[in-house]
Write a protein that binds this ligand. Structure first.
Ligand code: EZ4
Ligand code: CO
Length: 407
Protein backbone atom coordinates (compact mmCIF):
# COMPACT_ATOMS: atom_id res chain seq x y z
CA UNK A 1 0.00 0.00 0.00
CA UNK A 2 1.37 3.38 -0.98
CA UNK A 3 1.23 6.16 1.60
CA UNK A 4 -1.35 7.89 -0.53
CA UNK A 5 -3.60 4.82 -0.85
CA UNK A 6 -7.20 5.75 -0.11
CA UNK A 7 -10.59 4.11 -0.31
CA UNK A 8 -11.68 4.37 -3.94
CA UNK A 9 -15.02 2.53 -3.96
CA UNK A 10 -17.53 1.03 -1.56
CA UNK A 11 -20.06 -1.42 -3.00
CA UNK A 12 -22.92 -3.27 -1.37
CA UNK A 13 -23.85 -6.65 -2.78
CA UNK A 14 -27.14 -8.31 -1.84
CA UNK A 15 -27.30 -11.95 -2.86
CA UNK A 16 -29.51 -14.92 -2.07
CA UNK A 17 -27.73 -18.21 -2.79
CA UNK A 18 -30.33 -20.18 -0.85
CA UNK A 19 -30.80 -17.40 1.72
CA UNK A 20 -30.11 -13.66 1.79
CA UNK A 21 -26.70 -12.15 2.46
CA UNK A 22 -25.36 -8.61 2.32
CA UNK A 23 -21.67 -8.30 1.47
CA UNK A 24 -19.65 -5.08 1.65
CA UNK A 25 -16.78 -4.57 -0.80
CA UNK A 26 -14.19 -1.86 -0.15
CA UNK A 27 -11.65 -1.21 -2.93
CA UNK A 28 -8.56 0.96 -2.46
CA UNK A 29 -6.84 3.14 -5.06
CA UNK A 30 -4.07 0.50 -5.10
CA UNK A 31 -6.66 -2.09 -6.10
CA UNK A 32 -6.78 -3.97 -2.81
CA UNK A 33 -10.26 -5.38 -2.09
CA UNK A 34 -11.63 -5.99 1.40
CA UNK A 35 -14.85 -7.90 2.16
CA UNK A 36 -17.23 -7.46 5.07
CA UNK A 37 -20.53 -9.09 6.10
CA UNK A 38 -23.56 -6.83 6.62
CA UNK A 39 -26.29 -9.47 6.89
CA UNK A 40 -29.05 -8.70 9.40
CA UNK A 41 -31.54 -11.54 9.14
CA UNK A 42 -34.96 -10.32 7.95
CA UNK A 43 -33.81 -6.66 7.81
CA UNK A 44 -31.11 -7.02 5.14
CA UNK A 45 -32.11 -4.07 2.97
CA UNK A 46 -32.05 -1.61 5.88
CA UNK A 47 -28.34 -2.25 6.41
CA UNK A 48 -27.70 -2.20 2.66
CA UNK A 49 -29.32 1.25 2.43
CA UNK A 50 -27.51 2.51 5.54
CA UNK A 51 -24.21 1.50 3.95
CA UNK A 52 -25.00 2.69 0.41
CA UNK A 53 -26.67 5.97 1.28
CA UNK A 54 -24.88 7.09 4.44
CA UNK A 55 -21.58 5.26 4.90
CA UNK A 56 -20.13 4.68 1.42
CA UNK A 57 -19.95 8.40 0.54
CA UNK A 58 -18.11 9.09 3.81
CA UNK A 59 -15.54 6.34 3.30
CA UNK A 60 -14.35 7.28 -0.18
CA UNK A 61 -11.06 9.14 0.11
CA UNK A 62 -10.30 7.91 3.64
CA UNK A 63 -7.12 6.06 4.62
CA UNK A 64 -8.02 2.32 4.69
CA UNK A 65 -5.26 1.64 7.24
CA UNK A 66 -7.11 3.64 9.91
CA UNK A 67 -9.34 0.80 11.08
CA UNK A 68 -9.91 2.03 14.63
CA UNK A 69 -10.35 5.67 13.63
CA UNK A 70 -12.93 4.68 11.02
CA UNK A 71 -14.82 2.69 13.67
CA UNK A 72 -14.80 5.72 15.98
CA UNK A 73 -15.79 8.02 13.12
CA UNK A 74 -18.78 5.89 12.14
CA UNK A 75 -19.87 5.20 15.74
CA UNK A 76 -19.41 8.63 17.30
CA UNK A 77 -20.03 10.44 14.04
CA UNK A 78 -23.54 9.04 13.63
CA UNK A 79 -24.51 10.69 16.93
CA UNK A 80 -27.31 8.11 17.23
CA UNK A 81 -25.94 5.32 19.36
CA UNK A 82 -25.89 1.55 18.89
CA UNK A 83 -28.75 -0.45 17.36
CA UNK A 84 -28.54 -3.49 15.09
CA UNK A 85 -28.62 -1.64 11.75
CA UNK A 86 -25.91 0.86 12.62
CA UNK A 87 -23.68 -1.67 14.37
CA UNK A 88 -24.01 -4.24 11.58
CA UNK A 89 -23.01 -1.56 9.07
CA UNK A 90 -20.02 -0.57 11.22
CA UNK A 91 -19.17 -4.26 11.67
CA UNK A 92 -19.09 -4.78 7.91
CA UNK A 93 -16.75 -1.83 7.38
CA UNK A 94 -14.49 -2.98 10.22
CA UNK A 95 -14.19 -6.53 8.86
CA UNK A 96 -13.48 -5.24 5.34
CA UNK A 97 -10.77 -2.88 6.60
CA UNK A 98 -9.11 -5.66 8.61
CA UNK A 99 -9.24 -7.77 5.43
CA UNK A 100 -7.44 -4.98 3.55
CA UNK A 101 -4.90 -4.53 6.33
CA UNK A 102 -4.10 -8.23 6.26
CA UNK A 103 -3.80 -8.33 2.48
CA UNK A 104 -1.49 -5.30 2.46
CA UNK A 105 0.66 -6.83 5.23
CA UNK A 106 0.62 -10.26 3.56
CA UNK A 107 -0.65 -11.76 6.84
CA UNK A 108 -3.80 -13.53 7.98
CA UNK A 109 -5.74 -11.24 10.31
CA UNK A 110 -5.15 -13.47 13.35
CA UNK A 111 -1.42 -12.71 13.04
CA UNK A 112 -2.17 -8.98 13.23
CA UNK A 113 -4.25 -9.63 16.37
CA UNK A 114 -1.22 -11.08 18.16
CA UNK A 115 -0.96 -14.51 16.59
CA UNK A 116 -2.50 -17.85 17.43
CA UNK A 117 -3.13 -18.77 21.08
CA UNK A 118 -4.58 -22.13 20.03
CA UNK A 119 -4.16 -24.48 17.09
CA UNK A 120 -7.83 -24.64 16.14
CA UNK A 121 -11.18 -23.34 17.29
CA UNK A 122 -13.70 -25.70 18.92
CA UNK A 123 -17.04 -25.55 17.14
CA UNK A 124 -20.56 -26.75 17.80
CA UNK A 125 -23.27 -27.53 15.33
CA UNK A 126 -27.01 -28.21 15.47
CA UNK A 127 -28.82 -31.50 15.96
CA UNK A 128 -32.51 -31.31 15.37
CA UNK A 129 -35.32 -33.85 15.47
CA UNK A 130 -39.06 -33.54 15.74
CA UNK A 131 -39.14 -36.23 18.42
CA UNK A 132 -36.48 -37.67 20.70
CA UNK A 133 -35.54 -40.70 18.53
CA UNK A 134 -35.10 -38.38 15.52
CA UNK A 135 -33.01 -36.04 17.65
CA UNK A 136 -30.73 -38.86 18.78
CA UNK A 137 -30.24 -39.92 15.13
CA UNK A 138 -29.33 -36.35 14.30
CA UNK A 139 -26.84 -36.19 17.19
CA UNK A 140 -25.25 -39.42 15.93
CA UNK A 141 -24.99 -37.99 12.41
CA UNK A 142 -23.23 -34.84 13.69
CA UNK A 143 -20.87 -36.93 15.82
CA UNK A 144 -20.00 -38.94 12.72
CA UNK A 145 -19.01 -35.65 11.09
CA UNK A 146 -16.59 -35.20 13.97
CA UNK A 147 -18.44 -32.73 16.17
CA UNK A 148 -17.69 -32.97 19.90
CA UNK A 149 -20.20 -30.27 20.79
CA UNK A 150 -23.81 -30.38 19.59
CA UNK A 151 -26.82 -28.14 20.18
CA UNK A 152 -29.94 -30.25 20.75
CA UNK A 153 -33.47 -29.03 19.93
CA UNK A 154 -36.67 -31.07 19.62
CA UNK A 155 -40.31 -30.57 18.83
CA UNK A 156 -42.76 -30.24 21.72
CA UNK A 157 -45.83 -32.51 21.94
CA UNK A 158 -48.93 -30.48 21.13
CA UNK A 159 -47.09 -27.79 19.13
CA UNK A 160 -46.84 -27.77 15.32
CA UNK A 161 -43.86 -25.44 15.04
CA UNK A 162 -40.94 -25.13 17.45
CA UNK A 163 -37.80 -23.00 17.32
CA UNK A 164 -34.79 -24.94 16.07
CA UNK A 165 -36.67 -27.83 14.48
CA UNK A 166 -38.31 -28.45 11.14
CA UNK A 167 -40.83 -31.28 11.07
CA UNK A 168 -39.78 -34.02 8.67
CA UNK A 169 -36.45 -32.41 7.81
CA UNK A 170 -32.91 -32.99 9.00
CA UNK A 171 -31.81 -29.38 8.66
CA UNK A 172 -33.12 -26.15 10.14
CA UNK A 173 -33.20 -22.66 8.65
CA UNK A 174 -34.86 -20.01 10.84
CA UNK A 175 -35.76 -17.53 8.08
CA UNK A 176 -38.72 -18.30 5.85
CA UNK A 177 -38.95 -16.96 2.31
CA UNK A 178 -42.09 -15.00 1.60
CA UNK A 179 -43.66 -11.58 1.99
CA UNK A 180 -44.55 -11.97 5.67
CA UNK A 181 -43.30 -13.87 8.71
CA UNK A 182 -44.58 -17.34 9.49
CA UNK A 183 -46.70 -17.29 12.68
CA UNK A 184 -45.78 -19.99 15.19
CA UNK A 185 -47.96 -20.95 18.15
CA UNK A 186 -46.02 -21.24 21.40
CA UNK A 187 -46.85 -22.86 24.72
CA UNK A 188 -44.25 -22.38 27.44
CA UNK A 189 -45.79 -24.92 29.83
CA UNK A 190 -45.72 -27.65 27.18
CA UNK A 191 -42.09 -26.81 26.45
CA UNK A 192 -41.11 -26.89 30.12
CA UNK A 193 -42.80 -30.27 30.57
CA UNK A 194 -40.94 -31.76 27.60
CA UNK A 195 -37.47 -30.17 27.43
CA UNK A 196 -35.79 -31.65 30.56
CA UNK A 197 -36.64 -35.21 29.53
CA UNK A 198 -35.47 -34.68 25.95
CA UNK A 199 -32.16 -33.21 27.14
CA UNK A 200 -31.68 -36.03 29.65
CA UNK A 201 -32.29 -38.57 26.87
CA UNK A 202 -29.64 -36.87 24.74
CA UNK A 203 -27.14 -37.05 27.60
CA UNK A 204 -27.90 -40.68 28.28
CA UNK A 205 -27.46 -41.44 24.59
CA UNK A 206 -24.07 -39.73 24.08
CA UNK A 207 -22.42 -40.46 27.43
CA UNK A 208 -20.19 -38.01 29.28
CA UNK A 209 -17.71 -37.00 26.57
CA UNK A 210 -19.86 -34.97 24.19
CA UNK A 211 -20.70 -31.33 24.95
CA UNK A 212 -24.43 -30.67 24.74
CA UNK A 213 -25.94 -27.19 24.31
CA UNK A 214 -29.55 -26.00 24.21
CA UNK A 215 -31.16 -22.75 23.02
CA UNK A 216 -34.29 -21.58 24.85
CA UNK A 217 -34.58 -18.64 22.46
CA UNK A 218 -35.84 -15.94 24.83
CA UNK A 219 -39.01 -17.77 25.88
CA UNK A 220 -38.96 -17.84 29.70
CA UNK A 221 -39.61 -15.64 32.70
CA UNK A 222 -36.84 -15.55 35.32
CA UNK A 223 -38.77 -17.96 37.53
CA UNK A 224 -39.31 -20.42 34.69
CA UNK A 225 -35.66 -20.11 33.71
CA UNK A 226 -34.55 -20.87 37.27
CA UNK A 227 -36.75 -23.97 37.34
CA UNK A 228 -35.51 -25.19 33.96
CA UNK A 229 -31.90 -24.61 35.00
CA UNK A 230 -32.43 -26.75 38.10
CA UNK A 231 -34.28 -29.43 36.17
CA UNK A 232 -31.42 -29.89 33.69
CA UNK A 233 -28.46 -29.63 36.06
CA UNK A 234 -27.71 -33.36 35.87
CA UNK A 235 -27.56 -33.14 32.05
CA UNK A 236 -24.28 -31.23 32.45
CA UNK A 237 -24.92 -28.81 29.58
CA UNK A 238 -22.08 -26.82 28.06
CA UNK A 239 -24.57 -23.96 28.10
CA UNK A 240 -28.23 -23.05 28.25
CA UNK A 241 -28.79 -20.18 25.83
CA UNK A 242 -31.07 -17.13 25.95
CA UNK A 243 -33.28 -18.27 28.81
CA UNK A 244 -34.91 -14.82 29.00
CA UNK A 245 -35.09 -11.92 26.52
CA UNK A 246 -32.37 -10.25 28.65
CA UNK A 247 -33.63 -6.77 28.00
CA UNK A 248 -33.98 -6.46 31.76
CA UNK A 249 -30.67 -7.99 32.74
CA UNK A 250 -31.28 -7.65 36.47
CA UNK A 251 -33.68 -10.62 36.26
CA UNK A 252 -30.78 -12.96 35.56
CA UNK A 253 -29.76 -12.59 39.23
CA UNK A 254 -32.79 -14.65 40.16
CA UNK A 255 -31.77 -17.39 37.71
CA UNK A 256 -28.21 -17.37 39.06
CA UNK A 257 -29.36 -17.73 42.66
CA UNK A 258 -31.13 -20.98 41.84
CA UNK A 259 -28.97 -22.84 39.35
CA UNK A 260 -25.35 -23.37 38.36
CA UNK A 261 -26.23 -24.28 34.76
CA UNK A 262 -23.87 -22.23 32.53
CA UNK A 263 -25.74 -19.41 30.79
CA UNK A 264 -25.00 -17.96 27.34
CA UNK A 265 -26.62 -14.74 26.14
CA UNK A 266 -25.93 -11.99 23.62
CA UNK A 267 -26.59 -12.98 20.01
CA UNK A 268 -28.95 -10.01 19.62
CA UNK A 269 -26.65 -7.55 21.40
CA UNK A 270 -24.82 -4.92 19.34
CA UNK A 271 -22.20 -3.39 21.62
CA UNK A 272 -20.11 -3.84 24.73
CA UNK A 273 -22.63 -1.68 26.58
CA UNK A 274 -25.38 -4.30 26.36
CA UNK A 275 -22.88 -6.87 27.65
CA UNK A 276 -21.52 -4.76 30.48
CA UNK A 277 -23.95 -5.61 33.28
CA UNK A 278 -24.12 -9.30 32.39
CA UNK A 279 -20.33 -9.48 32.47
CA UNK A 280 -19.45 -7.33 35.47
CA UNK A 281 -22.21 -8.86 37.65
CA UNK A 282 -21.21 -12.34 36.43
CA UNK A 283 -24.76 -13.11 35.36
CA UNK A 284 -23.62 -15.23 32.40
CA UNK A 285 -20.79 -17.61 31.53
CA UNK A 286 -20.59 -17.04 27.76
CA UNK A 287 -21.10 -13.96 25.58
CA UNK A 288 -22.79 -14.76 22.27
CA UNK A 289 -22.14 -11.49 20.41
CA UNK A 290 -21.49 -11.93 16.72
CA UNK A 291 -18.68 -10.22 14.84
CA UNK A 292 -21.15 -8.85 12.27
CA UNK A 293 -23.84 -7.50 14.58
CA UNK A 294 -21.55 -6.18 17.30
CA UNK A 295 -19.35 -3.81 15.35
CA UNK A 296 -16.79 -6.08 13.75
CA UNK A 297 -13.45 -7.55 14.77
CA UNK A 298 -12.34 -4.43 16.64
CA UNK A 299 -15.41 -4.32 18.88
CA UNK A 300 -15.67 -8.08 19.45
CA UNK A 301 -12.11 -7.95 20.75
CA UNK A 302 -13.13 -5.22 23.21
CA UNK A 303 -16.03 -7.33 24.46
CA UNK A 304 -13.65 -10.27 24.86
CA UNK A 305 -11.22 -8.12 26.84
CA UNK A 306 -13.94 -6.98 29.25
CA UNK A 307 -15.25 -10.54 29.61
CA UNK A 308 -11.74 -11.88 30.30
CA UNK A 309 -11.49 -9.80 33.46
CA UNK A 310 -14.55 -11.64 34.80
CA UNK A 311 -13.48 -15.10 33.55
CA UNK A 312 -16.33 -15.08 31.07
CA UNK A 313 -15.73 -16.56 27.62
CA UNK A 314 -16.88 -15.89 24.08
CA UNK A 315 -19.09 -18.30 22.12
CA UNK A 316 -20.14 -16.25 19.09
CA UNK A 317 -23.31 -16.65 17.10
CA UNK A 318 -22.76 -18.56 13.84
CA UNK A 319 -26.00 -19.66 12.21
CA UNK A 320 -26.58 -19.72 8.44
CA UNK A 321 -27.42 -16.01 8.46
CA UNK A 322 -23.89 -15.11 9.60
CA UNK A 323 -22.14 -15.21 6.22
CA UNK A 324 -18.92 -17.10 5.49
CA UNK A 325 -17.12 -13.70 5.56
CA UNK A 326 -18.23 -13.16 9.14
CA UNK A 327 -17.48 -16.74 10.12
CA UNK A 328 -13.92 -16.23 8.82
CA UNK A 329 -13.60 -12.96 10.75
CA UNK A 330 -14.89 -14.62 13.92
CA UNK A 331 -12.34 -17.42 13.54
CA UNK A 332 -9.44 -14.95 13.35
CA UNK A 333 -10.66 -13.58 16.69
CA UNK A 334 -11.13 -17.15 17.94
CA UNK A 335 -7.63 -18.27 17.08
CA UNK A 336 -6.01 -15.23 18.70
CA UNK A 337 -8.19 -14.55 21.76
CA UNK A 338 -7.50 -16.50 24.98
CA UNK A 339 -11.06 -16.44 26.36
CA UNK A 340 -12.72 -17.59 23.13
CA UNK A 341 -14.48 -20.85 24.03
CA UNK A 342 -16.42 -22.10 21.04
CA UNK A 343 -17.76 -21.03 17.64
CA UNK A 344 -21.27 -21.92 16.51
CA UNK A 345 -21.09 -23.47 13.04
CA UNK A 346 -24.43 -24.28 11.53
CA UNK A 347 -22.95 -24.80 8.06
CA UNK A 348 -24.06 -23.56 4.63
CA UNK A 349 -25.75 -24.87 1.53
CA UNK A 350 -23.64 -25.72 -1.54
CA UNK A 351 -24.45 -22.46 -3.40
CA UNK A 352 -23.19 -20.42 -0.43
CA UNK A 353 -19.83 -22.19 -0.57
CA UNK A 354 -19.61 -21.32 -4.29
CA UNK A 355 -20.44 -17.62 -3.89
CA UNK A 356 -18.21 -17.21 -0.83
CA UNK A 357 -14.84 -18.83 -1.51
CA UNK A 358 -13.29 -19.30 1.89
CA UNK A 359 -9.90 -20.21 3.30
CA UNK A 360 -11.46 -21.28 6.60
CA UNK A 361 -11.99 -24.97 7.01
CA UNK A 362 -13.74 -27.49 9.22
CA UNK A 363 -12.18 -30.73 10.39
CA UNK A 364 -12.70 -33.01 13.36
CA UNK A 365 -15.06 -30.77 15.32
CA UNK A 366 -12.87 -27.71 14.91
CA UNK A 367 -12.56 -24.70 12.61
CA UNK A 368 -9.48 -22.83 11.39
CA UNK A 369 -9.48 -19.44 9.61
CA UNK A 370 -6.77 -20.47 7.14
CA UNK A 371 -3.46 -18.80 6.43
CA UNK A 372 -4.09 -16.60 3.43
CA UNK A 373 -3.57 -12.83 3.84
CA UNK A 374 -6.57 -10.96 5.24
CA UNK A 375 -9.80 -12.58 6.43
CA UNK A 376 -9.59 -15.19 3.68
CA UNK A 377 -13.06 -15.05 2.13
CA UNK A 378 -13.69 -13.74 -1.40
CA UNK A 379 -17.06 -13.18 -3.01
CA UNK A 380 -17.69 -14.37 -6.58
CA UNK A 381 -19.60 -11.28 -7.71
CA UNK A 382 -20.76 -12.71 -11.05
CA UNK A 383 -22.21 -15.74 -9.33
CA UNK A 384 -23.70 -13.61 -6.51
CA UNK A 385 -25.54 -11.53 -9.13
CA UNK A 386 -27.35 -14.64 -10.30
CA UNK A 387 -29.10 -14.94 -6.91
CA UNK A 388 -31.15 -11.77 -6.40
CA UNK A 389 -32.62 -10.80 -3.01
CA UNK A 390 -35.78 -12.62 -2.01
CA UNK A 391 -38.01 -11.29 0.77
CA UNK A 392 -37.60 -13.48 3.84
CA UNK A 393 -38.43 -13.03 7.50
CA UNK A 394 -37.80 -14.74 10.80
CA UNK A 395 -40.98 -16.25 12.25
CA UNK A 396 -43.05 -14.56 14.92
CA UNK A 397 -44.60 -16.39 17.89
CA UNK A 398 -48.03 -16.09 19.44
CA UNK A 399 -49.37 -17.77 22.57
CA UNK A 400 -52.44 -19.99 22.40
CA UNK A 401 -54.61 -16.96 23.21
CA UNK A 402 -53.25 -15.15 20.15
CA UNK A 403 -51.03 -12.64 21.97
CA UNK A 404 -47.52 -11.99 20.70
CA UNK A 405 -44.59 -13.45 22.58
CA UNK A 406 -40.84 -13.55 21.95
CA UNK A 407 -39.77 -15.79 19.12
O1 EZ4 B 1 -32.38 -17.39 15.92
O2 EZ4 B 1 -29.97 -17.00 13.40
O3 EZ4 B 1 -28.26 -19.62 18.30
N1 EZ4 B 1 -28.75 -19.44 17.25
C1 EZ4 B 1 -29.92 -18.83 17.02
C2 EZ4 B 1 -30.33 -18.59 15.58
C3 EZ4 B 1 -31.08 -17.27 15.46
C4 EZ4 B 1 -31.16 -16.79 14.04
C5 EZ4 B 1 -31.52 -15.31 14.01
O4 EZ4 B 1 -31.19 -14.73 12.82
O5 EZ4 B 1 -30.60 -18.53 17.96
O6 EZ4 B 1 -31.13 -19.63 15.09
CO1 CO C 1 -29.47 -18.60 19.77
Amino acid sequence: MSRTDTIAAVDVIVTSPGRNYVALKITTTDGVVGWGDATLNGRELAVAAYLRDHVAPLLVGRDPARVEDTWQFLYRGAYWRRGPVTMTAIGAVDIALWDIKGKVAGQPVYQLLGGAVRDRVLSYTHATGWDVPELLDSVDAQRERGFRAVRVQTGVPGLDTVYGVTRGATGYEPAGRGAAPVVEVWDTDAYLRHAPGALAAAREHVGPDVQLLHDVHHRLTPGQAARLGRAVESVDLFWLEDVTPAENQEVLRHVRRHTTVPLAIGEVFNTIWECQQLITEQLIDFVRTCVTHAGGISHLRRIAALAEVWQIRLGPHGPSDVSPVALGASLHVGLSTPNFAIQEYMGYGPQVHEVFQHAWSYADGHLHPGDVPGVGVEVDEALAARFPYEPAYLPVARRRDGSMTDW
